[in-house]
Design a protein around this ligand. Structure first.
Ligand SMILES: *Cc1c(COP(=O)(O)O)cnc(C)c1O
Length: 370
């Protein structure tokens, strides 16, 4: 039997009875879009993150895009504005910006954490810069004190792409509560995953929250009266009901992920496999456990031969994608090197102890090609 990279069925099987009861509650209610389940989940998720508002939307990309749309409607952002982003991120971070006709300015990461490097961010700030979009990559909080100080000094919005970092915490402040607004994804493979697509915008800004709430629903606050040219991107009642069940177990799941990461970090001692750098235990929610190896493809093949699934997050950076020919001239050597060297090992709350042991043994047995 293969060691799975992530097994969504096992993850949800643990709460099958509760999930089925919640699904039955929605079916029997006869109300499937923007009802009590979404309202309750929004309250519960806002409380979990420690912010005033959460607005359920269709997915994580829409959550990011609707934050920018909301700021446009408020006059805080306009088309053509530059937004600083990490070069090494999932493409959704870029898509949200270009969808709003703004300009992503990608910068190099910190070489040990792979998160935004505040020095590189400051160097990229220019007259058209209006915001920093920080990504808590792989589940680890970026250097928020430094980035918040920069945002304040240069009068920039600080927006968090927290799609990988549900539950990461620093000094009592959780991912999503640091910046002006944050986007979460509830894609099934995320730390808090629905049984389909879902997302949320969280913020302490009451006006932004009400703009996003209108924008996700055809730009309407009162049925058939449209204040904005909105979209249809709503978290549905069924997914909200699933998420309400799973939110109760999120911290237990993160503890389980942390345990797996501790075993990996103790057990994998190989001169050619670099372990992830950890700022502090609580600041990492271990969405992914990513090692670095100059012979990444050989390592992945070796794991494959031993029945261990692994993935690459991500093989090609956004500025090297066909979708972004406009960024062809951008040079980000460290970002590009990382994309050639990173490998994500199996990680999740249902990974068994013996499976963790197999992954460690397989890494230890890796023989670097000459
Ligand atoms: C998953 C992810 C998203 C997008 O979320 P979806 O729900 O899949 O649209 C955005 N940013 C990052 C960093 C992600 O990992």
């Amino acid at each position: 039997m293969d060691v799975p990279f992530l097994n969504a069925r096992d993850i949800n099987a643990r709460y099958a009875d509760e999930l089925k009861a919640a699904a039955a509650r929605v079916i029997d209610s006869g109300w499937y879009v923007l009802g009590q389940e979404v309202a309750a989940f929004e309250r519960e998720f806002a409380a979990y993150c420690g912010v005033r508002h959460a607005v359920g939307v269709g997915n994580g990309l829409d959550a990011l895009a609707l934050i920018l749309r909301g700021y446009k409607e408020l006059g805080a952002l306009s088309e053509g504005d530059e937004i600083i982003v990490p070069g090494n991120t999932f493409i959704a971070t870029f898509l949200a910006i270009t969808e709003n006709r703004m300009v992503p300015v990608p910068v190099e990461p910190d070489p040990t954490s792979f998160n935004l490097d505040p020095g590189c961010v400051e160097a990229a700030i220019g007259p058209r810069t209006r915001a920093i979009m920080v990504v808590h990559l792989y589940g680890q909080l970026a250097n928020m004190p430094a980035l918040l100080a920069l945002a304040r000094r240069y009068n920039l919005l600080l927006i968090e792409d927290a799609a990988q970092a549900h539950g990461a915490i620093s000094n009592g402040c959780r991912a999503g509560a640091f910046g002006d607004a944050a986007a979460f994804s509830f894609f099934p493979a995320k730390n808090l995953g629905a049984l389909g697509d879902g997302g949320a915008v969280v913020t302490n800004d009451t006006v932004l929250a009400s703009r996003v709430a209108a924008l996700r629903n055809y730009g309407s606050e009162v049925k058939y009266w449209h204040l904005f040219q909105g979209v249809n991107s709503r978290l549905d009642e069924m997914q909200a009901a699933m998420l309400r069940v799973k939110l109760k177990y999120l911290d237990d799941d993160i503890a389980r992920r942390r345990h797996v990461s501790q075993r990996y970090r103790q057990g994998i001692r190989h001169p050619d496999i670099r372990l992830p750098a950890v700022t502090s235990e609580e600041q990492h929610a271990w969405h992914l456990f990513v090692v670095r190896c100059a012979h990444r493809d050989a390592l992945q093949q070796q794991l494959q031969r031993l029945g261990i699934q692994s993935q690459v997050h991500y093989p090609v950076p956004p500025h090297r994608q066909s979708a972004y020919a406009s960024l062809r001239d951008v040079r980000l050597p460290l970002t590009e090197q990382l994309h050639d060297e990173v490998l994500s090992l199996p990680m999740g709350p249902t990974l068994r102890e013996d499976e963790v042991g197999r992954v460690i043994a397989a890494c230890q047995a890796f023989e670097c090609p000459p």
